[in-house]
Design a protein around this ligand. Structure first.
Ligand code: TXA
Ligand code: MG
Length: 348
């Protein structure tokens, strides 16, 4: 039985938070909002509690978890050492949507890191997440709070759909403002390497670190290059309908999607279209969902996962999606969209 507790950011209820903190400390599971997506939390230094996370979301045990803390001091017992450059990015981007990979200490159980000698750590900015971790008094391991393979949850209703009955507590705390998961940055390599693009962009990281690399598996989108971030090899973010992405000049993309939609609908298929505010009026048929203006990538990022989930409610057979430019936040957005499409991307 899952207890659903509503907490508002404006008026943090300490009584409720202390209760949830006790559940975590005692080895239970609590879903909580962060600024990126909802997380499925358990006490990170309690192996039996961590096991429950994998079970609840059906997550393969070779995919490591992120450990959530509320300050640089909390990192010290979890790692061998904090590299000076890691400290620089912490100072610049924490609390926030950045996860940092460092060498782990013996304190971190191997089921958290899926057997790796490194650990992923993040200090989230969301007031409920911060207050909850503080109330628990222990570091909190938390993957995104979705059933493995589904789009990450950005609203309490998404979590309830996926995990009601599978966790001890769900904190319903409103919508996640970033809407895409954190950037995963490996600080154990000579040149810092992005393993997953996210809320903090490569451009922003370069502003602090100088040179930053992207993991080769991100650049090619080819699955047979073994990714360093084990999570990147699984199918992800998939709505029920098939997704296909179209990339190119606006004009040719609108034409290609419109033609394809016409053809599919003539064959009795229901078609969904993911586009932008700028192009939405160009489409005449299908269920058309603009994510926002191209000039406002933050809104597009925040709406992507909820839009993919909305299409599960409509009975579309296929979703045709416009690609976005892969700069700044566009890198993270395209990474998720292309994965949702299982790498089916047409250049037109
Ligand atoms: O925004 C987020 O990061 C959310 C919120 C809840 O904090 N969490 C999240 O967790 O997205 P999850 O488990 O869905 O994604 C964690 C990613 C996976 O791709 C995993 O493979 C990678 O981080 N990861 C974790 N530990 C790692 C490690 N030691 N080395 C390389 N990659 C690691
Ligand atoms: Mg996830």
């Amino acid at each position: 039985n899952t207890l659903i507790i509503e907490i508002s950011c404006e008026n943090l209820d300490r009584g409720k938070l202390n209760y949830c903190g006790e559940v975590l400390k005692g080895g239970g599971t609590v879903v909580f909002p962060t600024e990126t997506v909802y997380g499925l939390g358990a006490n990170a230094i309690y192996e039996k509690a961590v096991e429950k996370i994998f079970k609840a979301k059906g997550r393969p045990s070779d995919n490591p978890l992120i450990v959530h803390v509320t300050g640089e001091e909390d990192v010290i017992p979890l790692v061998k050492a904090i590299p000076p450059k890691a400290k620089e990015v912490m100072d610049a981007f924490w609390p926030g949507p950045l996860t940092i990979i460092m060498e782990k200490s013996s304190r971190v159980p191997y089921n958290v890191t899926a057997g790796l000698n490194t650990v992923a750590i993040r200090y989230p900015a969301h007031p409920i997440a911060k207050a909850l971790i503080e109330a628990a008094g222990v570091p909190i391991a938390a993957p995104s709070a979705n059933i493995s393979g589904k789009p990450s949850p950005t609203k309490a209703s998404h979590v309830i759909d996926d995990l009601d009955g599978r966790v001890d507590v769900i904190i319903a705390g409103g919508d996640c403002s970033v809407g895409l998961e954190s950037t995963v940055l490996d600080m154990t390599t000579d040149i810092p390497t992005i393993l997953r693009p996210g809320g903090v962009t490569k451009e922003e990281l370069e502003g602090v670190l100088g040179r930053v690399e992207m993991d080769p598996s991100l650049l090619t989108g080819v699955l047979d290059i073994s990714p360093k971030s084990p999570g990147m090899k699984y199918t992800h973010y998939s709505p029920k309908a098939e997704v296909v992405v179209y990339a190119g000049e606006d004009e040719s993309v609108v034409k290609a999607i419109s033609n394809k939609a016409n053809e599919l609908m003539a064959n009795g298929k229901e078609v969904g279209i993911i586009c932008t505010n700028e192009t939405q009026h160009r489409y005449k048929k299908g269920i058309i969902k603009p994510l926002g203006s191209k000039k406002d990538m933050k809104t597009i990022a925040a709406k992507l996962f909820s839009t993919l989930r909305e299409f599960d409610e409509t009975k579309v057979d296929i979703i045709l999606a416009e690609a976005l430019e892969e700069v700044e936040l566009g890198q993270a957005i395209m990474n998720r969209l292309v994965k949702a499409a299982g790498y089916k991307i047409y250049r037109v």
